[in-house]
Design a protein around this ligand. Structure first.
Ligand code: BEZ
Ligand code: FE
Ligand code: FE
Length: 505
């Protein structure tokens, strides 16, 4: 920004005035004290902002056009397309929850500087939903196997993986508007968007998907300003001493929740989708979350009384395991997926053991068993080998099999005389502290208790256009003329049993 632009910006901001009409009471109450003067971290005039964003859109959409002309879609590693069929809708949900978050924050605070920043962010988040939907549209039309790309939005509500996104990102706009800001702008955007939108594109490029890389890097160039919103808002709030314990509690809560949901989903999407792996998730986590967010950002906030999350060490330890466990559970439950679940083979085993010492002892045999059941003529599912289905955590919605099958931290939590499943100490703490945020979510298995698996698949409409072939398949290497059908599943006769039947509810 030139000196002249700074002067214009300051002058524009000086034209603020008190309203003389309407009810100016903030729409949603906050327990935080918000100073009425703060700083607008964007410091940008609407005219310049629009010009910049239009140029970024032109570049991204123009790039798509080029990709079509050169037939790039056919060069994407199919495995990565499959995990992204789940991951991208989870991300788009975050974007539209963020749009609502900005509206909620704007109508809840009497601070013109902060409002200005959130108004621009709201437009950005709309742009992100549009970019991601355009990317998904490109895949629907040009993927080698588009089945499932058109089901992802339903998957948010009807696939257990979708519930993970719903649970985390309701924190952007449900509850206290300043808690929402900490969830969105501080934890998600400052701590996590670099892993999501900078480190993930590295995987995409190594696996032939330049469309994904370009789209999410364009999105990330906006996130830098959303981080500035979070920083500006936090700097406002720390001026009031009474806010400090409230901020620390919100950081603790959303740091833990983001760790569960994002470390599991993003770690899985990359390492189990990538055939070529440029990094290990635990190292990306160390770099972006531990070194940058905790070491670079939170440490500097300690002089105002803020502190790093108490559960940081627990999150670092769990991040070595939880995405692997999620990967196995998703593969075992493959008939319920709207994407194909490729078995891991010898090259994958070697990479995982090298990067996660101890991986083989926990996971390899199960993957080998899975790999032996991919042919539809085998008439067998890994699900049949499990003692029981895993319950889903009432808070983060991950399977209660974490951190891994040999060290399951599952527990039942009693709240108001009812029992709820939780996957970890952190989720138990959240369930006890904010029961109203989580207690009314339904359990996936309870809806289908006693059903034949084939009827569950039909109920969810996880069937390809021929009316009998399943959307989910247990391998990418099957004969295209002999994929699993609903009849193969019906023949197996697997009955879904809710592991918590008679225990909760
Ligand atoms: C965003 O604010 O754009 C965002 C939120 C969650 C995940 C990724 C991005
Ligand atoms: Fe966004
Ligand atoms: Fe954002």
């Amino acid at each position: 920004m030139t000196k002249n632009q700074v002067a214009i910006h300051d002058k524009a901001k000086s034209y603020d005035w008190d309203y003389t009409f309407g009810d100016q009471t903030p729409k949603w109450e906050t327990k935080y004290k918000i100073p009425t003067k703060g700083r607008d971290p964007f410091r940008m005039l609407v005219r310049d902002y629009m010009k910049m964003e239009a140029e970024k859109d032109d570049r991204t959409y123009g790039f798509f056009d080029g990709l079509l002309r050169t037939g790039e879609a056919g060069r994407i590693q199919p495995r990565m397309q499959e995990t992204m069929k789940l991951v991208l809708p989870l991300l788009t949900n975050a974007e539209f929850q963020a749009v609502a978050a900005c509206g909620m924050i704007i109508s809840s605070i009497k601070n013109q500087e902060m409002r200005q920043g959130y108004a621009a962010q709201m437009v950005d988040e709309m742009r992100h939903t549009q970019l991601e939907m355009a990317l998904r549209h490109y895949y629907v039309k040009h993927s080698a196997d588009p089945s499932g790309w058109d089901w992802g939005q339903r998957g948010l509500y009807q696939h257990p993986g979708g519930h993970v996104s719903l649970s985390l990102f309701q924190g952007f706009n449900t509850g206290d508007p300043m808690d929402n800001m900490i969830c969105l702008n501080v934890i998600t955007e400052i701590a996590y968007t670099n892993i999501l939108l900078v480190a993930t594109p590295q995987y995409a490029v190594h696996n032939g998907d330049n469309a994904l890389a370009t789209t999410v890097l364009s999105i990330q160039s906006d996130e830098a300003r959303h981080m500035a919103n979070g920083y500006g808002s936090l700097m406002n709030l720390v001026q009031e001493e009474d806010n400090i314990p409230l901020i620390n509690t919100a950081i603790e809560r959303f740091f833990w929740h983001s760790h569960r949901a994002l470390d599991a989903a993003v770690g899985w999407g990359n390492e189990y989708g990538g055939v070529n792996r440029p990094w290990a998730y635990k190292d990306a986590y160390q770099e972006w979350v531990v070194d940058d967010f905790i070491g670079g950002f939170m440490d500097r906030m300690t002089e105002f009384g803020l502190r790093p999350p108490e559960r940081l060490a627990a999150a670092v330890e769990a991040t070595k395991w939880i995405h692997h466990t999620l990967g196995l559970v998703l593969a075992a439950a493959w008939p319920l997926n709207f994407f194909r679940s490729d078995p891991m083979g010898p090259a994958d085993f070697e990479w995982f053991e090298n990067h996660y010492p101890g991986w083989s002892g926990v996971y390899q045999e199960l993957w080998e068993a899975y790999g032996s059941m991919v042919d539809p003529s085998c008439g067998h599912l890994l699900l049949q080998e499990l003692e029981s289905l895993p319950p889903f955590c009432q808070v983060c919605r991950l399977p209660c099999a974490m951190p891994h099958l040999g060290a399951n931290e599952f527990r039942l939590v009693e709240v108001d005389g009812k029992q709820y499943p939780a996957c970890s100490e952190g989720c138990e703490w959240m369930m006890r502290t904010w029961p109203n945020a989580y207690k009314d979510c339904h359990q996936f298995w309870s809806k289908y208790h006693g059903w034949d698996l084939a009827d569950v698949i039909l109920d969810l409409e996880l069937i390809r256009p021929d009316g009998r072939t399943l959307m989910g398949q247990p391998s990418l290497s099957l004969d295209p003329d002999r994929l699993w059908t609903i009849d193969d599943i019906r023949r197996i006769g697997y009955e879904v049993k809710d592991p918590l039947h008679g225990v909760v509810g």
